[in-house]
Ligand binder design. Structure first.
Ligand SMILES: NC(=O)C1=CN([C@@H]2O[C@H](COP(=O)(O)OP(=O)(O)OC[C@H]3O[C@@H](n4cnc5c(N)ncnc54)[C@H](OP(=O)(O)O)[C@@H]3O)[C@@H](O)[C@H]2O)C=CC1
Ligand SMILES: O=C(O)C1=N[C@H](C(=O)O)C[C@H](O)C1
Length: 267
């Protein structure tokens, strides 16, 4: 059996470590490289609390290392400042980026789309790899057909860099596909303190909470006549994302187009 060769960027981070621990247990996937700004030169097994693996952490990603390691897929869990460069480096090296890092803006996604088309090397972007969160987004989209008044509260650990979360933005995007344009709330409402109503995505308000102790949580609140409906998802650990990341790697290794969202790979 030919194994899929996987390179992990952000290997020393919270998600990167979890991905490596999971990868090491898969028969059909082979960890061939790992990069990070931390633990340089250290065997990645020791970084994640496992026995020696024989792959050392290298510094920020470049073309040569991807060619040298003959990677098929680059898994990126870095940060919003590094992810575009890493994805482009991968595509130009003929390696499919599987991107969990959030914070890419529209123009950056378009840049990836254009490069994918030019190089005929695929890319997979997933703002959320948790199956439960995918269902939350699906149910929210369905609910908005009947309950168009909606606010989103996303709650994360206090080390998160981007706000609103990629998941909250994708939830709003899904709702906007089915909801007619409308004014929500009082037409004359105003903010006494800037930001009080949260981020406004075409009339949908997203409120971002950052607190120690949290991992990743989201509530989608719908209000109707004399009733309210709340759809909530909680990620209690980063293991939550691992089945989705493994699906993403397996389904992406021979991809030649840009795919956004794990829902596209679920049966
Ligand atoms: N799609 C999904 O399901 C999920 C997505 N995420 C997203 O994944 C990303 C990572 O999250 P998390 O693991 O919590 O973050 P961490 O900060 O714990 O880890 C990121 C790691 O990447 C390193 N890094 C930064 N730049 C580079 C680079 N150019 N090359 C290699 N490594 C680099 C960081 O180093 P340094 O600290 O020195 O910058 C850090 O060690 C975030 O964008 C988060 O929103 C998180 C959970 C689930
Ligand atoms: O930073 C995180 O932790 C997470 N980021 C993703 C997002 O921005 O939606 C996914 C999940 O919420 C965890």
């Amino acid at each position: 059996m030919k194994k899929i060769r996987v390179f992990v960027a952000g290997a020393s981070g919270k998600m990167g470590q979890e991905v490596i621990r999971t990868l090491l247990k898969q028969d059909d996937l082979l960890l061939v490289g790992a990069s990070d700004t931390r633990h340089l030169g250290m065997d990645v097994g020791f970084v994640v609390g496992a026995p020696r693996v024989g792959v050392d952490i290298t510094g920020p990603l470049d073309h040569e290392i991807l060619i040298e390691t003959r990677a098929d897929v680059l898994v990126d869990f870095t940060n919003p400042q590094s992810v575009l460069k890493n994805s482009k480096t991968a595509i130009l090296a003929g390696v499919v980026p599987v991107v969990g890092t959030t914070g890419l803006d529209e123009s950056e996604i378009e840049e990836i789309r254009a490069l994918v088309a030019k190089e005929r090397v695929g890319a997979f972007l997933a703002p959320n790899f948790s199956i439960g969160a995918i269902l939350m987004m699906r149910f929210a989209r369905e609910t908005a057909k009947y309950f168009p008044h909606v606010d989103i509260i996303e709650m994360h650990h206090d080390q998160k860099l981007d706000a609103p979360s990629g998941t909250a933005l994708k939830t709003a995007e899904g709702i906007l596909e089915v909801r007619q344009p409308m004014v929500q709330g009082h037409p004359n409402e105003y903010e006494k303190v800037k930001g009080a109503r949260g981020a406004d995505i075409e009339g949908i308000h997203i409120h971002s909470v950052r607190l120690p102790g949290l991992i990743a949580h989201q509530e989608v609140l719908f209000g109707g006549l004399g009733q309210a409906l709340t759809i909530r998802h909680d990620a209690f650990s980063r293991e939550t994302y691992m089945p989705g990341v493994m699906i993403g790697i397996r389904k992406s290794s021979e991809l030649t187009n840009l795919v956004i969202g794990l829902e596209n790979f679920l049966d």
